[in-house]
Design a protein around this ligand. Structure first.
Ligand code: NAP
Length: 558
């Protein structure tokens, strides 16, 4: 079993003990007391006594680490003093509650034979004559990136018989750096900790149980700004279901840049639990360029022990997924005809035999809510505001459903280009697909309107704005051949955009942007698991995550 360890940068005795108690309540098995703030070296009897008290009163088995500045810590005293501290904590004459582990750096051991001997005196190992219960974690860290001498360091660590556990930790520069750590875990000769730091390293922390890692670290409180990639205990246990991850767990995620804001992990992980699917869903950040996407996706697909079974693909990689599917000759691909027509795919499915599919679930996700409101869309006239990726997906889906589509975009040339491309890819004629200025909406008898711009989105170009001026919206409501007209927003942060609010005021049927999000996620879930998506659960989880981010449900009493 992979242990869950909470690192505590000891600020003082009481706070450290309170944190350790909280860690125990949350289900951690170990705490690591980082004592380099409170122990200062040779003459620091007070610091040594504090550390001793911590160890004595720790509510959980503990690792004691006094990390020197040369390996990223705060301790700038002499090495002999901190090793003497370790020895005094662990030796048989100490009280009956020794640290379970001390963490000593490979560099320290290599500094002198004397230091090495002192470390040997402090821990249990095959040649130890004394009865000690403290074991050695031998560690190697690199805070800048994957160390060039990684393999040399690992083989030197393996030559150290006193090391009970080996620890390698380095800053990941891309998701690919996790794969090498997983390989090390699979080839371990003794218990091993192999973790990547930074935003690309979350995968190594969550998937440690899949590869037999000795432990993973999780923080008590959100440290995403100071230690990106380090999950909290709650995230690890509740969101990523760390306790249920094993060697057979299938891995999924959301590929995008950025992805930290994505709500998809909340939905899909809860869904996997609800249907009993042995899977975990992670944020998978890949920088925007095609080369990054291509190299990273290939490395995930080419590492079978990862059991990488699929991904949601979001901005800016939807076109990249389609390109990858077309160009990749290493495996069999099925490309969804709708994705082909839209020129973009948002869903990767990887089957057990290694074959893959690129789908576009955004397309049915726009059509479905409109169909629920309007019924059969054949012959309906639908306006789309915007000419970007979502507008393209909406147009392809609506044409496929038999609707007639008019693109209204701020930049008319872009609207024209989109229309020409879609006429080519879908075969739609000018009677079914056209471009027009927004003002024409008022008199065109449009049945429904889709906002596919970021206008109204928090953090977007016009958070207080509406993509359709109120007077035009009013005329649309009056002129619609079918009453009431329908307005669908694709923006869902907030759910109640100015457009949605104004539509409700005018008696227009309003479809909020979370509908599209839910339906595209449900279709992905079904493609991966073969199980019906628990849409009610998805809705509740999305409501909760949006509410906790400050976007309450319109019907909420809060
Ligand atoms: P995109 O490719 O960047 O296209 C954005 C479109 O919006 C462009 O046509 C742009 O017009 C137009 N636009 C931007 N700012 C504008 C403004 N201030 N006034 C008028 N038009 C403006 O974006 P996208 O990928 O299509 O995404 C569009 C929106 O869809 C996103 O902002 C997001 O809120 C929403 N979305 C929702 C979901 C969901 O699941 N609900 C999923 C993805 C996206 P120009 O051509 O003139 O620049």
């Amino acid at each position: 079993m992979t242990l869950l360890c909470v690192p505590i940068l000891v600020p003082g005795f009481q706070k450290a003990i309170t944190d350790a108690q909280e860690a125990r309540l949350l289900g951690a098995e170990l705490v690591e007391f980082r004592v380099d703030h409170v122990f200062h070296g040779e003459d620091d009897a007070e610091g040594a006594a504090l550390v001793q008290r911590l160890v004595n009163e720790s509510p959980l088995p503990c690792i004691v680490t006094c990390r020197p500045t040369f390996e990223g810590g705060d301790y700038d005293g002499d090495d002999a003093s901190r090793i003497s501290l370790y020895e005094s904590l662990g030796c048989a004459s100490a009280p009956d509650h020794p640290p379970r582990y001390i963490d000593v750096e490979l560099q320290t051991l290599q500094r002198s034979a004397n230091l090495k001997q002192k470390v040997h005196l402090a821990v249990d190992h095959p040649a130890q004559l004394r009865d000690l219960a403290t074991s050695l974690i031998l560690s190697h860290h690199d805070f800048n990136g994957r160390p060039a001498s990684l393999h040399k360091a690992l083989s030197e660590m393996r030559m150290e018989p006193a090391a009970k556990v080996l620890k390698i930790a380095y800053r990941a520069r891309s998701l690919r750096d996790n794969i090498e750590l997983f390989e090390m875990l699979l080839e371990r000769d003794r218990p091993m900790i192999a973790l990547a730091m930074g935003e690309f390293g979350l995968m190594s922390r969550v998937l440690a149980p899949k590869f037999g890692g000795f432990l993973t670290f999780a923080s008590l409180r959100d440290t995403s700004t100071t230690a990106p990639g380090q999950p909290t205990v709650r995230e690890l246990v509740d969101l990523y279901r760390f306790r249920s991850i094993n060697s057979s767990t299938a891995v999924y995620g959301v590929i995008g840049w950025p992805v930290a804001h994505s709500r998809s992990p909340q939905l899909h992980n809860a869904g996997f639990e609800a249907v009993g699917h042995n899977g975990v869903y992670l944020p998978l950040p890949i920088p925007a360029e095609w080369e990054h996407f291509k190299a990273t996706l290939a490395s995930l697909l080419d590492f079978p022990p990862l059991s990488f079974r699929g991904a949601s693909v979001t901005i800016p990689h939807k076109e990249h997924l389609l390109r990858f599917a077309r160009e990749d000759t290493s495996r069999k691909w099925i490309i969804d005809p709708l994705a082909e027509r839209a020129g973009a795919a948002n869903t990767l499915v990887v089957r057990n035999d290694g074959s893959c599919a690129a789908l576009n679930t955004d397309i049915p996700a726009v059509v479905l809510p409109l169909r629920q409101s309007l019924g059969n869309l054949t012959g309906m006239r639908v306006g789309i505001v915007g000419a970007g990726g979502v507008a393209r997906a909406a147009a392809v889906g609506l044409l496929d459903a038999g609707a007639n589509v008019v693109i209204h975009n701020r930049t008319s040339e872009r609207a024209q280009t989109l229309v020409e491309e879609l006429r080519r890819s879908t075969g739609a004629g000018s009677d079914r697909l056209a471009t027009a200025p927004l003002s024409s909406l008022a008199t065109s008898g449009t049945h429904a309107l889709v906002n596919a711009t970021p206008v109204g989105m928090t953090g977007g170009p016009e958070p207080e704005g509406t993509p359709i001026p109120n007077d035009i919206l009013r005329q649309l409501a009056a002129a619609s051949e079918r009453s009431p007209a329908v307005v669908m927003d694709t923006v869902y942060t907030p759910r109640e955009t100015p457009l949605i609010k104004q539509s409700r005021v005018l008696g227009v049927t309003a479809i909020t942007g979370d509908e599209m999000f839910l339906h595209q996620a449900a279709a992905q879930f079904e493609a991966w698991t073969g199980s019906r998506a628990p849409v009610t659960l998805f809705r509740r989880v999305l409501d909760e995550t949006l509410a906790s981010a400050g976007y309450p449900h319109p019907n909420s009493e809060e």
